[in-house]
Design a protein. Structure first.
Length: 677
């Protein structure tokens, strides 16, 4: 029984524990459900709050939208009213223009009628003048006939008067001779006249030397160069017999070869030795020829007709008209181009290729009142009679003469000389002429076509910049090279007089090869070897160790290295490098300005790019350079009498080469923003 009770108690305990565990699980599940419900309630409450806030924001946005819409509608109404006012003003302006055009047409008709009446009156006056001229001529003929009659009457009386005058002169002549036969006064008079002549010639000579002081200085410098050129042919001669140099002929390395190559002539030569074959008969010498075949015709040059003369005459004419060159200002002494153009401005043929043939007349009208008509007519070589365009001045037509002397006299020599100078100093012409010469020579020897490879330097802008860096500072570079040649010449003089024995370039056991026994060879050795050597001339001649002139040689070598290698060559390299850097900076600056600034107004792209594609639309639509160019061409081709007010203003500015009508620093967008502010 006890065991059964125990078992029942244990079973009851297990049942209680199970029930408790199930109740606990149910309570935990209930707690989880409660928590989920609370979280869902919180999320619902938050969503409700967000919806309320969103509705409030929506209502505020709708109110703002209505306000902005009302403001835009008001602005549109204002703009429409302004546009209506502008249209009304435009209509009024058109009406005024029509009225002005009608008045102008009436004035034009009245002027035409007045000119016709003036022509009629002029014709009547000319007829009257012809009548008066005929009457005056008849009167002159009558007067001449009367004068002839009077002269015939006075002939006989004139013969008597002449005889009386001759008798009187014969009586006076001996008296005059006696008066001038004073021997004491003659030497004094001759001496005083001779002294006066000497003083006058002395003054003229001094004035001539004073005026040409710098020319005489240049002449002295030229004489010095001529003397030093003569010194180049001085050489040292010894009493020993001169070893004759034999001509060396290089033969081929093959045995029994009958072909030789002359290194000087560059041609194959036949040898005098006979080559025998197996039968013992002499073989004929073989001449080797190298033939180059050209299988392509891509190197056919064509020399373009250059517009050099038109461009140069246009440049000179515009400088005369707008800048007053040679009148208000003179070209600098370094401006060789401007000094050469002075030769042509006073010729009759100028301008020949430029379209405006009245340039000299315009220059006279512009500067004649202030600087004097005589001075400008003399400067420009103008005939004063050609300046008179009045009706009273009748021009005579020149007679045509077909003789050779007349043809030669009709040639304007000064203009032709100037023309040749312009053509033969033009870089493009010289380049094309050189190109054509190489092409012609290439048909005789095809290796000349290799020179055409240099055309790659003219085809690329970067390579052209590199080439122009050499010629950019051309004057300074040439003067520096000239100074280098003079300094090397001075060292050559010192070496020729004191250090000749160190210039032996022969090896041991060979005949002496002296490089400084004559001035020309010594100078060429210094220029060719000394300048190219990294350490100067001291690296190429004998060591002075132990010689009595050792100290002087050390000074000579160090100074040559310092002045020639370190200073002058570095200056030449620096000029080229600086010129290249300057040209590259200029090109980059121009490229940057064209990409980031408007060419017309000069405003940068930072101002326009606040709006998408603002700078692009501005440069293509508002300030397009092509539109300005087309407008200028339109004004050039339009009659001046048909210009409007704005067109006449721009045309006047263009004729004066004043570009103030370009809107520098201004544009439509900026004006609109200024009006809004």
């Amino acid at each position: 029984m006890e065991e059964t009770l125990r078992k029942q108690e244990e079973e009851a305990k297990e049942i209680v524990e199970r029930s408790q565990a199930s109740h606990r699980a149910q309570l935990e599940m209930q707690d989880k459900k409660n928590k989920n419900l609370m979280a869902a309630l919180k999320k619902k409450f938050e969503h409700q709050l967000e919806s309320v806030l969103w509705q409030q924001e929506k209502s505020s946005l709708l109110e703002e939208r209505e306000k902005t819409r009302a403001s835009y509608v008001a602005q549109i109404e204002e703009q429409s009213s302004v546009s209506d006012a502008l249209l009304a003003d435009l209509k009024k302006a058109e009406q005024q223009l029509e009225s002005h055009l009608n008045q102008w047409k009436e004035d034009k008709l009245s002027l035409l009628q007045a000119t016709e009446s003036l022509k009629l009156t002029q014709q009547e006056k000319e007829q009257e003048w012809e009548r008066t001229e005929s009457t005056m001529r008849s009167q002159l003929v009558d007067l001449q006939s009367q004068i002839m009659k009077k002269q015939q009457k006075k002939k006989w009386g004139g013969h008597v008067e002449k005889q009386e005058k001759q008798q009187k002169n014969e009586k006076i002549k001996p008296k005059v001779r006696r008066h001038h036969t004073s021997k004491s006064d003659e030497p004094d008079l001759h001496e005083s006249a001779f002294l006066k002549k000497i003083i006058a010639y002395q003054r003229k000579l001094l004035n001539y030397f004073a005026r040409n002081f710098y020319n005489m200085r240049m002449l002295a410098l030229f004489v010095a160069f001529a003397i030093n050129f003569i010194l180049l042919f001085y050489k040292v001669s010894t009493s020993s017999s001169v070893v004759e140099e034999r001509e060396v002929v290089y033969t081929s390395s093959q045995a029994h070869s009958s072909v030789q190559w002359d290194p000087l002539g560059g041609e194959a030569m036949e040898t005098k030795e006979e080559v025998m074959d197996e039968a013992g008969e002499p073989l004929k010498p073989v001449t080797v020829r190298f033939v180059l075949e050209e299988s392509s015709g891509y190197m056919e040059p064509m020399l373009r007709i250059l517009a050099v003369m038109h461009t140069r005459e246009k440049e000179v004419a515009r400088k005369l008209e707008f800048d007053g060159l040679y009148i208000t200002e003179q070209p600098s002494e370094d401006d060789i181009k401007g000094q050469w153009d002075r030769l042509v401005i006073n010729t009759q043929s100028f301008p020949n290729n430029y379209w405006d043939k009245f340039v000299k007349r315009k220059v006279m009208d512009k500067y004649g009142e202030f600087y004097g008509h005589d001075r400008i007519s003399e400067l420009l070589g103008m005939d004063k009679a050609a300046l008179d365009f009045s009706d009273s001045h009748k021009k005579r037509k020149p007679r045509r003469d077909s003789s050779l002397a007349a043809v030669l006299n009709s040639i304007d020599v000064k203009y032709q000389i100037w023309k040749l100078g312009v053509v033969f100093t033009d870089n493009s012409f010289l380049y094309l002429a050189w190109y054509m010469t190489m092409s012609i020579l290439g048909h005789y020897n095809n290796f000349f076509f290799a020179a055409h490879l240099l055309d790659i330097a003219m085809g690329f802008k970067t390579l052209r910049t590199i080439l122009s860096s050499v010629t950019h500072n051309g004057k300074q570079l040439v003067l520096t090279v000239g100074l280098l040649a003079v300094v090397v010449y001075l060292y050559t003089v010192v070496a020729f007089n004191f250090f000749r024995k160190f210039y032996n370039k022969s090896e041991d056991g060979e005949l002496p090869d002296m490089k400084c026994d004559d001035m020309l060879t010594c100078y060429m050795f210094h220029m060719y070897v000394g300048v190219r050597a990294g350490g100067g001339i001291g690296d190429q001649i004998e060591d002075p160790a132990g010689d009595e002139y050792e100290i002087y040689r050390i000074i000579f070598d160090i100074t040559f290295f310092f002045f020639v290698i370190v200073i002058l060559l570095a200056i030449i390299q620096g000029l080229i490098i600086d010129a290249f850097g300057e040209l590259r900076d200029q090109q980059e600056q121009v490229k940057e300005d064209m990409e980031t600034k408007c060419f017309i107004c000069g405003i940068g792209n930072d101002y326009f790019d606040t709006v998408p594609h603002g700078f692009e639309t501005h440069t293509l639509q508002e300030h397009n350079l092509a539109n300005y160019l087309f407008f200028v061409m339109y004004l050039i081709n339009k009659d001046e009498t048909e210009h409007t007010g704005q067109e006449s203003y721009v045309w006047k500015m263009y004729q004066e080469r004043c570009w103030e009508f370009f809107p520098a620093g201004d544009c439509f967008r900026k004006q609109y923003e200024d009006q809004l502010n």
